[in-house]
Design a protein around this ligand. Structure first.
Ligand SMILES: [Zn+2]
Ligand SMILES: [Zn+2]
Length: 426
């Protein structure tokens, strides 16, 4: 009898956790420095929170939510995304009173029952941002700039930001009618899913991956051509500002995103490492959602990036920030062990002042031979080993062995050890 994790829900193992911690650390540092503050909402919400916001006919709500009844027969759902719970919280706690323009971020797991594959887990993780309280196009540009900045802070290159506007609700409805009229004429060629979408939620046809549907959509009317004067002006202002900020975007006239609450500016980021099929990040405006959920009539925009997908996109690069510098202390004899513990303490306190250097100090406290301690140092990926033997210690000395190929061993003064270690890890 052996147990396994639930399909599509993966363990993040100790050898992989470093890259997650580093992505989370960089996200917090980047966002906090621009005045964003963290919000943590529960993983479970009343099911209605998601149906009302994401939309009754969307794929997420109809096929992908983990919904169940609790012991009192209340319908609960594991959050499939981060925006709806935050809007619920914003309204419940009157956060508009905290600040008229609220900049929030969140980091955590989301749950969708999709077919598990590379970059698509049933428990997946997002870093997300919401700016609530403004309809200004500057805020759209700032959100896109933040997303661009975050991805760059991870060291990611070669990603493409795709941008579109859905217009206000009126524009969106008018466009849906236009699209429906066009697609009705081609109904027989649509896939079975899209035949249903045609009546229920025609914009979803634009996301269909079926070859024939993709072909049909290519010649369909564009949402951008259906924008009212106000929405067209808003969108062109967003583009102007992005240009001034030197943030490159591709206009993607059929980009709609799979959630009903989006209006106005929408965007997604793709990366060649994921074949351009799956976005590594996406977002948009949701100017009606807060009012629809019972809150004040205020505009908002947000985005989320998928941590698993960012890690895939980083590829080999992630190695550059996954491993801390390990310093191993090898000791010979009882007295040396005590001195070794003191040295570990000293190294930790002095080296932790160094920014951008993550140092781990390991010490062997068993009665192992020097040879086996060196093996253990090597196994732990040590950059250097400090060797403390009793004879040397009596003379106020110790040895440092550089663990790089062909690295040498030198005898130094005990007092110089911190400086010598610094030289090897910086
Ligand atoms: Zn409009
Ligand atoms: Zn289709």
């Amino acid at each position: 009898m052996s147990y396994k994790s639930i399909r599509g829900m993966e363990d993040i193992l100790p050898q992989d956790a470093g890259v997650w911690q580093e992505l989370e650390r960089r996200s917090r540092a980047e966002l906090e420095s621009y005045g964003y503050r963290e919000i943590r909402t529960p993983m479970l919400e009343e099911t209605a929170v998601f149906i009302r916001s994401i939309g009754e006919t969307t794929d997420i709500v109809t096929k992908e939510m983990y919904t169940f009844s609790d012991r009192k027969e209340r319908s609960l759902t594991l959050r499939p995304e981060g925006t709806a719970p935050i809007v619920r919280s914003y309204i419940e706690h009157s956060l508009d009173k905290v600040s008229p323009e609220l900049r929030l971020y969140y980091i955590g797991p989301m749950f969708r029952a999709e077919r598990p594959q590379k970059g698509r887990s049933r428990q997946f993780h997002q870093v997300g941002v919401e700016v609530i309280g403004s309809r200004s196009p500057q805020v759209d540009a700032e959100a896109i700039m933040r997303l661009d900045g975050l991805l760059r802070a991870f060291g990611l290159e070669g990603f493409v930001i795709k941008l579109n506007s859905l217009g206000c609700r009126k524009d969106k409805d008018a466009f849906a009618e236009k699209l429906k009229a066009y697609l009705k004429g081609e109904k027989s060629r649509l896939c079975d899913d899209c035949k249903t979408r045609l009546d229920k939620n025609v914009l979803r046809v634009l996301d269909c991956k079926n070859e024939t549907c993709v072909q049909l959509v290519r010649n369909a009317p564009n949402v951008i051509d259906s924008l009212c004067a106000e929405c067209a002006a808003h969108f062109s202002r967003v583009r102007q500002i992005l240009e001034a900020l030197k943030i490159e975007v591709d206009i993607a006239k059929n980009l709609v995103r799979g959630l009903d609450y989006y209006t106005g500016t929408v965007f997604e980021v793709t990366h060649p490492a994921l074949g351009g099929q799956d976005a590594i990040a996406a977002g948009g405006r949701y100017d009606n959602l807060i009012k629809d959920m019972g809150g004040p009539d205020t505009g908002a925009i947000g985005f989320a990036l998928g941590i698993e997908r960012v890690i895939l996109a980083l590829g080999e690069k992630k190695g550059s920030f996954t491993r801390p510098a390990v310093i191993y202390i090898a000791t010979l004899g009882e007295e040396a062990k005590v001195e070794g513990l003191k040295l570990a303490e000293e190294l930790r306190s002095k080296l932790n002042d160094l920014h951008e250097v993550n140092v781990v100090t390991l010490i062997d406290l068993k009665e192992s031979s020097l040879k086996s301690q060196m093996r253990s140092a090597d196994k732990n990926g040590a950059k250097a080993v400090v060797i403390m033997g009793e004879d040397e210690m009596r003379q106020g000395k110790l040895a440092i062995k550089d663990m790089a190929e062909g690295g040498e061993q030198v005898l130094i003064d005990r007092t110089a050890v911190v400086e010598e270690i610094k030289k090897r890890i910086c």
